[in-house]
Design a protein around this ligand. Structure first.
Ligand code: SF4
Length: 63
């Protein structure tokens, strides 16, 4: 399982970061950084909330 970000869509609103800060981080340049994670560290339901909450529809879970 991994996350794909459509960089053309993402506007660094940070909704994903607020839901799953272990995976998503907005850096000091207002860029979204995806942190490395293993499936045991983050549950899929949380990732799905983050993906569904993105106001720009910029995130995708890939199995
Ligand atoms: S919620 Fe969407 S637009 Fe906001 S930082 Fe995350 S991916 Fe980017």
């Amino acid at each position: 399982m991994r996350i794909e970000v459509n960089r053309d869509r993402c506007e660094a609103y940070g909704v994903c970061e607020s839901v799953a800060p272990a995976v998503f981080q907005i850096d000091e340049s207002d860029e979204l950084v995806l942190l490395p994670f293993t499936e045991g560290q983050v549950d899929r339901a949380t990732l799905q909330v983050a993906v569904d909450g993105c106001p720009k529809n910029a995130l995708l879970i890939v199995d």
